[in-house]
Design a protein around this ligand. Structure first.
Ligand code: NDP
Ligand code: 8X3
Length: 254
């Protein structure tokens, strides 16, 4: 992909799911990769694998918890100039009534999905403004558009991502910087395993009877978004598996 060749692409949450798929697709497109997540060993083996496959690209990794602003700043220092930032790191803990959600779970979701995305954006935007180019692609969710039962904090965190995306579009309107939001529905990744705290059977049941999206499906859409001509910005995309109609309506084959 000519437009992505040689671009420096920073992906948060590159150790799994959508982020990992993005790493593979951007490598295929000839981009240089800046891979960040907490599980450094996963990033290292991904780097090794992709370096062998794509010797022309540069790949660097950084063990990063996006909740820690000082670490985010150190990551940007380590990586250098970023052309495309994929704000993908995120998670949900549990599926519980508001009054049953622990303070720790509230903090984890808000700190990761909202504050982490804010810290990352604050760290890359000044450089993008200076160069008057760059693209920030936020991974939101259908959950940010439609609140559902037992999803208060996660839905609120993704609604915040939508608000931040829109406000940023205004703040960068007089620049060549693009701000986009991709909102997936049901994607089979480690998302549900994390949600149900490692309960694989419960996680598997989320995808039963339906063909869900996978990381590659969303990575393809992110590649498409990132590779439009510079005057074109995909502001927002909502992406469902064929048998999903909204956040809680999924047709499952009996
Ligand atoms: P995965 O659980 O497979 O991947 C999540 C990634 O986020 C991991 O690489 C994880 O890395 C990283 N991450 C989590 N917390 C932190 C942190 N504090 N600092 C740095 N990285 C972190 O799930 P998905 O790929 O599905 O999730 C990616 C994004 O997509 C999330 O924002 C999620 O909300 C969103 N999404 C997912 C949907 C789905 O159905 N799967 C639907 C809609 C949106 P590590 O643990 O190594 O730090
Ligand atoms: C993940 C989609 O609706 O399962 O963002 O919470 S949902």
């Amino acid at each position: 992909n000519q437009r992505l060749q040689g671009k420096n692409v920073l992906i948060t949450g590159a150790s799994s799911g959508i982020g990992e798929a993005c790493a593979r697709h951007f490598a295929q497109a000839g981009s240089n990769l800046m891979l960040a997540a907490r599980r450094q060993e996963r990033l290292s083996s991904l780097k090794q694998e992709l370096e062998a496959k794509h010797p022309a690209i540069k790949i660097s990794t950084f063990e990063l918890d996006v909740r820690v602003k000082a670490k985010v700043d150190a990551a940007i220092e380590h990586f250098g100039p970023v052309d495309i930032l994929i704000n993908n790191a995120g998670l949900v803990i549990g599926l519980d009534k508001l009054e049953d959600i622990t303070e720790d779970s509230v903090d984890t979701m808000i700190d990761t999905n909202v504050k982490g995305l804010v810290f990352m954006t604050q760290a890359v935007l000044p450089g993008m403004r200076q160069r008057n180019r760059g693209h920030i692609i936020n991974v939101g969710s259908v959950a940010g558009q439609q609140a559902y039962k037992n999803g208060t904090i996660y839905c609120a965190s993704k609604a915040a991502v939508a608000s931040i995306t829109r406000a940023l579009m205004h703040e960068t309107i007089d620049t060549a910087i693009r701000i986009s939001e991709i909102n997936p529905g049901l994607v089979e990744t480690e998302f549900s395993v994390v949600r149900f705290r490692g309960d694989k059977n419960r996680a598997d049941s989320v995808y039963q009877g339906v063909v869900p999206l996978n990381g590659d499906d969303i990575a393809e859409i992110i590649i498409f978004t990132a590779s439009r001509p510079e005057h074109v910005n995909i502001a927002e995309m909502l992406v469902f598996p064929t048998n999903q109609a909204d956040a809680t309506t999924v047709y499952r084959k009996p």
